[in-house]
Design a protein around this ligand. Sequence first.
Ligand SMILES: Cc1cc2nc3c(=O)[nH]c(=O)nc-3n(C[C@H](O)[C@H](O)[C@H](O)COP(=O)(O)OP(=O)(O)OC[C@H]3O[C@@H](n4cnc5c(N)ncnc54)[C@H](O)[C@@H]3O)c2cc1C
Length: 386
Amino acid sequence: MSDKNYLAWPFLEPRHAALEQALDAWATRHIVGVHAEDVDEACRHLVRQLGEGGWLRHAIGGTAHGGVSDSIDTRAVCLIRETLARHNGLADFAFAMQGLGSGAISLFGSEANRADYLPRVARGEAIAAFALSEPQAGSDVAAMQCTATLNGDHYVLNGEKTWISNGGIADFYVVFARTGEQPGARGISAFIVDADTPGLTIAERINVIAPHPLARLQFSDCCVPAGKRLGEAGQGFKVAMATLDVFRTSVAAAALGFARRALDEALQRATQRQMFGQVLADFQLTQAKLAEMATGIDTSALLTYRAAWQRDQGQKVTKEAAMAKLHATETAQQVIDAALQMFGGLGVVSGQTVETLYREIRALRIYEGATEVQQLIIARELLKEA
Ligand SMILES: Cc1cc2nc3c(=O)[nH]c(=O)nc-3n(C[C@H](O)[C@H](O)[C@H](O)COP(=O)(O)OP(=O)(O)OC[C@H]3O[C@@H](n4cnc5c(N)ncnc54)[C@H](O)[C@@H]3O)c2cc1C
């Protein structure tokens, strides 16, 4: 089983270790198996379970609305994602999306919107989604074309969003659209759009290598009350970036969880698989691989919990979160690949844990800022400091 010494690192407090232990025990009891046949139903079920277990209270900010604390505890979110990812990728996804999908409400919502949405998100009764990307605006968010036009007391949304996690099962979407106060990134606003709002349709469901609910959304004269705007008009880019700032480090934590699980699997396999009169782990080539995997995992953990701790201290984490995401996701891919290799032919059999992990990790190097985008962020911050 995974080495838990990191729970005593100075970035974490005793309450964090207790949280990890309680969740690990809960997940062992409640989360069984890998991906279910019906991914929508599995996801709905996981959100309900996570709500009933009280874990989603960590995904929102505001004790008055069911949150554990007034501002989101990044280290708690990271530990929860790491632990869930170690058990089951879809459980991590379900938790992460409740946080990312409602993050802008926690951070920028009016009191009425916070009271309306956050308690339901925390109880697992409303499924959240975050709709930023478009077919022509992924890494280049500012190229967004979806528009929101103010008309009296409501906005009219027209356009498309794609790659929207929870698309098709979400109860509401936090949608970013161009309101045009200024060109580019300074002319975007954020809105809460309920899934049953006329004019919002699921144009396409998208199947990906690690199945989870994902869709392209279409907005056609979709009317949203002005009161559902999050933050000031024209400040949507800031809303999106602040939300991503909270959750980017947690993508690193999820990658860390996948990598830890892969190392556990590799250790188990290498110490059991007989070949050439000994076990796989007796070969120094295997030992070198295991050493590389463990070192990569510890480096990722150090970067992840440094960024999370720094954010919880109220410090800026742009560079540190980018480093954590870049390193943890790339390293996890290498660790999982090495683990799969140790399984030989068995490693590529559908449903094997290492095979599932191999598919689960891939998208993390792309979403919430691809690896290349993280490299640019780190370099930009370095050059600013210089
Ligand atoms: C499984 C999954 C779930 C997602 N969930 C959501 C969601 O819930 N909400 C949401 O809004 N979006 C979501 N996304 C979208 C995701 O954020 C985008 O896919 C991502 O931002 C990349 O955008 P793109 O796909 O348009 O790729 P592009 O922007 O076309 O980029 C393609 C590739 O170009 C490279 N690249 C990018 N910039 C540079 C550069 N400056 N220099 C050199 N190379 C570069 C990167 O390798 C990148 O992967 C999801 C994506 C996936 C795959």
